[in-house]
Structure formats: C-alpha cells, structure tokens
Design a protein around this ligand. Structure first.
Ligand SMILES: [Zn+2]
Length: 339
C-alpha cells in the first residue's frame, strides 16, 4: 500500500534518518455516497485522493429510503466500471446523510429530519449490498472533511466548518481530526439559545439560532417576492443581484450566526471559520456581518487570530466529504498496519 519516495537527513537528536512514505495511488480506491433530501451522489477516488468518476441523480430520498439505497448501489457499480476499478481494490465506502447520525446503530438519529429512514440500519444494509466496510457521517461533518482534504482547511488542523443552508450545523476539526462528541451531536450550533423567550424551535427549545437564521426563517422574513413565496436559492440570487430586502435578511442572519460562532470560538479557539452551504454563495453579504459579530462577542485573543472565509465546495461538499471519510478511515488503518 505504501512506498518510500525520499530518504531524509538524520535529525539533530541523532536518530535514524527519516524516510518519507507515500501511499501507492493506483492500487486501491474508496467510494463516497451522498444521500441528500432529494438526490443521491456517488463517486470513486483512488487512495491518492484523486476523484476518478462521479454520478448524481434526483430522487425523493427523505421519503423513499429503499429506492435511494437501491439507486446508490447501482450507481456504485457504474462509477467502478467507468473508473475501471475492481471491487476487490475498494477499501470501503463513506456514506453521508442530511441529519444526525446514530453511529452506534449505524442509522439516522432523527425521524423528523429523514421521515422514511426510521428503523433502517443504513450501515448494515449498505455493507451487505456493497460487500465492503462502510462508515456513516452527517452533512456538516462531511463538509468539514471535504475542506480539510481538498479545500479551505487543507493547511489547517484547527477549524470550524459552518454549514449555512436550510439548517445551520458545524463540523469541528481539532488537531486534524473530527470532533464527534459522546452521542454524535458535537457541532449542533443551530440550536444554540440566543433568546430564552424566543420562538419555539422544532427541536423543542426556544429561541435557537435556527429560529432566526435558518433557511425557513430567512424565507419567512423576506415574505412574498413578486407575489410568491421564494425559495432559498432565489433569495440568494436576488441578494447577489442587489435586492435590498434579501440582502438585509441574509446579512442579519450572518450577524446572528456570528453571535453563536463567537461562543464556539471562545471554547475551541479555531484558526479558521470556514463558511459553506447554500448561503455561503452570497460571499461577503453573509461573511462581513459574521466577522463583525464574532469580533464583538468573542474574547479578543480568539477573534484576533481568526480568519473567517468561504468554503471551496458548496454543491459537492457532502459527496467529497464522504470520499474523504472512506479515505481517512483507510489511512488510519494503513498507519496501524505500518506501525
Ligand atoms: Zn432548536
């Protein structure tokens, strides 16, 4: 799996000369599967992190889990054929779902987010269908892994990836590794309380960040556009085209998100905050008020050393993250084998 590419100079402590080891690119591959609410994406990459083939299809994933699992299995066959990768060279599959993951059960952790997926052991189902080891992760953590592997977090080992879309979630990378927490809910920044007597949130608490800055909250605030309720992507388009009301709704969301992110910065002192998700397409409309709000609410030393920047990936974040999940798992296994 690995080969030696260069012999280093002996270190000053007089130890054995270091050797640089590289993974052999072409020998092994990993599969990534992204289940969105209304699409399935599948990709294959070699162990050198090069994406070899990918596919995407639209499907009502939230309500028809079996059809989604069948489609993804078929698409895995297609990408492996296209990339000329034999199934026996695949070390595993990373699988993304748009909601909390119960890692112990290998299932979706919330019936309200994925109604058709209740009681489905995704891990076991997919392992049996694909005949390979699988790992499951939520969308914000996958976004963080994609940025860590290929994007704005490549040369950083401490950062927070904030996904701002229909929901608001964070993927936290601490010392180069994803922080998952005891029950997998680390990074649920969307449910930070901003106003104890605020609006009731779907999580059961009141005044969560999502009640004022999520996609539905922004849509509600904007109200009718040309006599119709706009979609979130339409609001993004309008804000970019200079519509004052859409611009204001998104920048106010950025301000509120900044309050919650400031608390996060006080706790984990990240080097970067990488902002992804659909709303990140508005660039500085969202980012500038976030920066101001973080500066206002975080301790100065944490804010001074922090960069707030847009994510490199928006549409493909989860698919690339699921590939990275399979690849990172494999490099950990490889490291153990070498050690
Ligand atoms: Zn909530």
């Amino acid at each position: 799996m690995i080969h030696e590419v260069e012999v280093g100079t002996p270190d000053f402590r007089g130890g054995r000369p270091a050797a640089l080891l590289m993974l052999r690119d072409s020998s092994l591959a990993a599969v990534g599967i992204d289940f969105g609410h209304s699409h399935v994406g599948v990709a294959v990459a070699d162990i050198g992190h090069n994406v070899l083939a990918e596919r995407r299809c639209d499907l009502d994933v939230s309500h028809d889990a079996r059809a989604a699992l069948d489609a993804s299995t078929r698409m895995v066959d297609e990408v492996l054929t296209e990339a000329r990768v034999e199934r026996k060279s695949v070390i595993g599959a990373g699988i993304g779902i748009p909601g909390p993951v119960d890692r112990a059960r290998g299932a979706a952790g919330s019936a309200t987010i994925l109604p058709g997926w209740t009681d489905l052991r995704i891990g076991i189902e997919m392992r049996d269908r694909l005949a390979m080891p699988v790992e499951i992760e939520n969308d914000a953590n996958l976004g963080a892994l994609a940025e860590l592997t290929w994007g704005a977090g490549r040369d950083s080992s401490n950062f927070a990836y904030i996904k701002v879309a229909t929901g608001i979630g964070a993927g936290l990378v601490i010392d180069g590794r994803l922080l998952r927490g005891t029950s997998g809910t680390a990074g649920e920044i969307g449910h930070t309380t901003l106003d104890e007597s605020g609006a009731l949130c779907y999580c059961g608490n009141r005044g969560c960040l999502e009640t004022v800055a999520s996609g539905p909250a922004i849509i509600k605030l904007v109200g009718l556009v040309e006599g119709e309720v706009p979609t979130l992507s339409r609001i993004v388009e309008l804000a970019l085209a200079g519509d004052l009301r859409c611009h204001r709704a998104i920048s106010d969301a950025g301000h509120e998100i900044g309050v919650a992110v400031a608390g996060l910065c006080n706790l984990i002192n990240p080097e970067r905050v990488i902002v992804g998700g659909l709303l990140s397409r508005t660039g500085e409309i969202l980012l500038q008020p976030m920066r101001e709000s973080i500066r206002r609410h975080a301790v100065q030393a944490a804010a001074d050393t922090l960069d707030v920047l847009p994510a490199v990936f928006v549409e493909r974040a989860e698919l690339l993250g699921s590939l990275a999940l399979a690849l990172h798992g494999s490099s950990e296994r490889a490291t153990r084998m070498v050690g």
